[in-house]
Design a protein. Structure first.
Length: 208
């Protein structure tokens, strides 16, 4: 098994890790300087082949995450750690994206254990960098879009925004604000705010 910019070899001997970085088209991709670990989940794609096809259909250069833990509890690496991801707008060149398959919004103990091991390995490489949910990162990006477009509105968000009631309240606030934006204002802002979703939801609490 070939390991380049991936999880350490000592882990590879004891964990179900598969290198799939050869499926990535690296043409034009930028470097990555990890300052965050961003967690994601999917209920639609249980293993790497299905997830890869979905991301390629969205015109990604390969799997968007750097690492993905599938239904079989196999860890797939789709991108070298020091190459940009395609998982979180505003963070793709300064984060490691880790995705999980989570049937019915649940993670089994093995996936949780694997996730913690992977997070600890990333932190051993890049320092004690923050672990954040995709939900949290989306709000940060929305706030930056608003600032760049001269809008004063900001959305307050904490790590516990993944809790369903808090997320739904924030989502209502965002949807209400979207309705106040004129058609002359940035379409990107409106698209990002309308697409806001709770990912990976309360599953994130397993890793903080």
């Amino acid at each position: 098994m070939k390991y380049v910019e991936t999880i350490c070899k000592s882990m590879a001997s004891s964990l179900p890790i598969q290198d799939r970085t050869q499926t990535l088209d690296r043409t034009g991709l930028r470097s990555n300087n990890p300052e965050y670990i961003i967690l994601h989940s999917t209920r639609s794609y249980p293993e790497f082949p299905e997830l890869l096809k979905s991301h390629q259909n969205r015109r990604f250069a390969g799997m968007g995450y750097h690492l993905f833990i599938g239904d079989s509890n196999t860890i797939y690496q789709g991108r070298p750690l020091l190459i940009e991801g395609a998982h979180t707008l505003g963070f793709n060149t300064n984060s490691i994206g880790i995705g999980f398959y989570a049937s019915e919004e649940k993670l089994d103990k093995r996936k949780i254990d694997l996730g913690k091991i992977v997070i600890n390995e990333m932190r051993s490489r890049y320092g004690y960098i923050p672990v954040v949910s995709h939900t949290f990162a989306q709000v940060d990006y929305i706030n930056r879009l608003l600032a760049r477009n001269g809008l004063t509105k900001r959305f307050n968000v904490e790590q516990d925004v993944v809790e369903p009631k808090k997320f739904e309240a924030l989502k209502r606030d965002i949807d209400t604000f979207v309705g106040t934006l004129s058609t002359e204002q940035s379409g990107l802002i409106k698209r990002q705010m309308k697409a806001f979703k709770n990912c990976p939801g309360p599953l994130f609490n397993n890793f903080i």
